[in-house]
Design a protein around this ligand. Sequence first.
Ligand code: ADP
Ligand code: MG
Length: 234
Amino acid sequence: MLEVSGLTAGYGAQPVLHGVSLEVARNEFVAVIGANTAGKSTLLRAISGLLPQCSGRIAFEGEDLTRLKAHEIAGLGIAHVPEGRHVFADMTVEENLKMGAYSHANPAFAHHALERVYELFPRLKERRAQYAGSMSGGEQQMVAVGRGMMLEPKLLILDEPSLGLAPLVVEEMHQRFLDIHRSGVTVLLVEQNVSLALHSAERAYVMASGAIEIEGAARELLNDDRIRRAYLGI
Ligand SMILES: Nc1ncnc2c1ncn2[C@@H]1O[C@H](COP(=O)(O)OP(=O)(O)O)[C@@H](O)[C@H]1O
Ligand SMILES: [Mg+2]
């Protein structure tokens, strides 16, 4: 479904990514792990069309993404939930969610998406009229994920959704990601919680210094000595 090959990208003259290749099959759940500043967010931004400097190939369902603008990429069914959530604090939960339908292929049908988001996160339905800025970190993350789901995406890209959240909230959030995946959405997850990432995903890539260092089945990576030592502290 998604094919990245030989991707070199960054923000200025010096690239951050050096020839990254990665594939995500339809209905797969793939994780990208790696230390801070490895280039994980940069990779996700390149896929979503948020970086000016890109060379190499990024294809989604056979279509070349490198020439498309971010809203056009969203329109193809790729939802990107950014690191740090970025909810609109002065807007209500429901207003935030509706912003997510902006690039929906058919905005008139976005109310179906809203019902689906409220099923996924009943808490958001209870708090639909509350200002997003007044909610807890976990609830704001639900808003951010819900806003992505308003696109009824084929591919959901999640950047560090557990950052700064309490362990129980993180666990709950991952259950929802598994629900989303089971409902037929392909998931590409960047996650600092390596153990959780490898328990949720089917396959994973390890990034270091802007390149893919290791890739494999998540179960195998959980038993890989390099990963156990570097990321799991075992
Ligand atoms: N907006 C930006 N402008 C310039 N450099 C950036 C920007 N965002 C990230 N970088 C640089 O790109 C590198 C990779 O960062 P990032 O992709 O955020 O890593 P990760 O998500 O793995 O922590 C870092 O060296 C970082 O300083
Ligand atoms: Mg990041």
